[in-house]
Each structure stands twice: as structure tokens, then as C-alpha cells.
Design a protein around this ligand. Sequence first.
Ligand SMILES: [Zn+2]
Ligand SMILES: [Zn+2]
Length: 338
Amino acid sequence: MKTGRLSGEAEVTDRPIPTPGAGEVLLRVAACGICGSDLHAFRSDPGFEWIQPPVTLGHEFSGTVEAVGQDVHLVSPGDRVVPIAIQGCGSCDFCRSGVTQLCPQRELVGLSCDGGMAEYAVVPEWQLVPVPSELDLGLAALCEPLAVAVHAVFTRACIKPGQKVVVSGPGPIGVLCGMLADLGGAEVLLTGVERDSAWRLPAAERVGLETANLSEAPLEAYLRDGFGGNAPDFWIESSGSVRALGSALESVRPGGKIIVVGLYAEQMSFYPTSAVRRELDVVFSYSCSYADYRTALSLLSSGAVDPGPLISRYPLRDARKAFEVTGGGRVVKAMLVP
Ligand SMILES: [Zn+2]
Ligand SMILES: [Zn+2]
């Protein structure tokens, strides 16, 4: 089978189809998205030295159960599923209370063990979430990033109708957070910079979001036009830029809230007194839990969220090209199809 594999260098190679062990399932992969973390691994960026090649990349995938190992009781061949990207130990307090993404012994599918950029993948049965029958598997592969946005916007932020929300960073998580805040009745402004102007901001507009190119005009100008000059109630920071996080701390209204979902390569300094005097809430949001996957799948299958216009599909054999366009910001979400 073909696999998108990191082994010193990222390449598409031929490997034997794996055999599921006890409690494991062989999935025929339908589609696998390329995530920012895959890109960091692909480029061997700082902070990703812990990844030990060779490993098959990919944690945003969907598939059909092809075969099951011994003692598998939860699924059977033909079932359509998505795997949860983070595996916890299953026995610590975090895992038992349903926040496996905080487990100290967590493993990330497609980074610490083989993932879904392949024709077939082996996954433990308890890690699979059933896909509703009416949902296309190609869209279901977007479940993981949507679940990350669900965790940020619905589980961690609790945005109310009519509230004014700025989302910084028009990558997949930012656009999906914007779509969910919009679905929740908020007024949303998605910000980006010049390099986002050709592809990512127009894609966000195609799914109905108001956008702002901060290289063209300052944020205040957009707030004047979009929010009637009011300061935002909420700010969702998904760009991973400490400058954007600094703007969030300066710009939200007194009593406002900032949800931080980006990952940062730099340290930042900020003046806490101003945040104290305005009683700001800053909430961090990391990955997602099983419950967020269920919510994401029901939003996709009901059509409440339609991220179709955000997806660009590539055959798995063109994985390198798909990584390059992702790295260049020329797509919102590249999806590899085996
Ligand atoms: Zn991801
Ligand atoms: Zn655990």
C-alpha cells in the first residue's frame, strides 16, 4: 500500500498492509487532512524534534473498517469511523474524566505512532467514533479540526448570540472557529495579513465570514465598520503569532475574554496591570475530547456546518505537492485521498 511516510525525509513509499493485533482494527482510509503539526514534522521545525521517524503521518482521517483483530467487540467490517487523534493512557484522572488530551502519557496518532496518510491504517477499537450514515467520509475527515474548534468555541468559550468576536488567523482552525461562533449567533470578524489575501481570506468569505486584511488597514478601521466602533467581547487567537495575542489583550472590551488556541514558537512579554484593570479572562484551549468529536460529527452530518469550500483534494501520491501548497498558505485544508 502507498503511505505518506517521514523517514529522514518525507516521501510516499510502498509498504505492506499492516495486520491488526488484539483490540485493533484495520481501516481502509477514505481521506486524510494535512494539519499544521504534520507540516512542522515534514519540515523538521524546532519543537518537533521528539518525533522519531520512520512514522506514517496523518491524524485527521476517516475510513471504513476492513478487518478486525482478536477481541474486537465495538466495531465490525463495513463500519464507517473516524479515529480520535490523541490516545490517552486510559487510567489517569484526566483520561477517566474524559479529557484525554491532557493525559501526561498521551500519544498522537500520525506523530508518535503510525497515522492515516496511507491506504490502510491500524487503530485501537476504543479510539474510533462512528460516522453517521448520511455523512460523506470525505467530509468526515474534517472532524478532528472541527472538534478542535468545537472545544475552543463551545466547550471553553461559551459565546452568546449578538456578541462581537474577532478571530485572528485564517488557517483551518481559525476559519472553523469563526464558522462556529457565527453559527452561535455572534458577529464575527476574521483577521489575516497580506499573505492570506490571495487564498485563505477569500475562502473564509466563501463560507460566509467577514474578513479583515490587517496589512491593508488597521484593526480599528475594521472594528469601526463591522462592530460600530465597539471593542470585541471575545477574541479567538488561532494564528500562533504573539503579536496577534498582544493585540487581543489590548483590544477586547473590559470584562472581555480571549481564547487561545494557537501554538507559539516565540515567548511574549505583556503588561499584566492593564489586563487586571479590565478584568480580562484568558482561556487556553488544547485539542479536543471524545464529546467534541461527537458534536463535530453531528454538526457535519446535519449540514449546520459545511466546510466543503475549505477543502482542496490531492491524490496521496501527490502528498509532497499538497504539503508545499499548505506550507505556502495556498489552501485552507489540503486533503489527501488514497
Ligand atoms: Zn490536526
Ligand atoms: Zn491518561
